[in-house]
Design a protein around this ligand. Structure first.
Ligand code: DQA
Length: 150
């Protein structure tokens, strides 16, 4: 069964308790269960990982790239959290690993502070889902599966 990696970056482990007015009351465990359920519906295996550490996220993208080359992985649904707005290294990892990434943000970052308007991930991403709350993960997985033609 082809695999989709759902990768969450810094502070997303705090979902449910972190600024609920912005991010809602759904926990990361709930989001990951929703992603796995979506995978079951679409016939793909969903593997979830969260890290607060940039290097761990980079390693996960490299690993996903190896899976894409081996034909076992379709791509990555990636919420890079605040690293979205700061990380040239994550941009380079996506380019370097040649991995299809769907960038996702729970909130509409463009309706928020100016420092959230720029993304280092977007120019390297295959697609972007912004502002649909945690349902955005479902849309991103669907988009990734559809673009792969599987
Ligand atoms: C976020 C938006 C980012 O600006 C923020 O730093 C996050 C979460 C979102 O999902 O809306 O951590 O990526």
């Amino acid at each position: 069964m082809p695999k989709v990696i759902v990768l969450n970056g810094p502070n997303l482990n705090l979902l449910g308790q972190r600024e609920p007015a912005v991010y809602g009351s759904t926990t990361l465990a709930d989001v990951e269960a929703l992603c796995r359920k979506t995978g079951e519906r679409l016939g793909v295996e969903v593997e979830c990982l969260q890290s607060n550490h940039e290097g761990v996220l980079i390693d996960a993208i490299h690993e996903a790239g190896r899976g894409v080359k081996a034909g076992t992985v379709l791509g990555v649904v990636f919420n890079a959290g605040a690293y979205t707005h700061t990380s040239v290294a994550l941009h380079d990892a996506i380019k370097g690993a040649e991995v299809p990434v769907i960038e996702i943000h729970i909130s509409n970052v463009h309706a928020r502070e100016a420092f959230r308007h720029h993304s280092f991930i977007s120019p390297a991403a295959a697609g972007i889902v912004v502002g649909f709350g945690v349902e955005g993960y479902v849309l991103a997985i669907e988009g990734l599966v559809r673009r792969s033609g599987k």
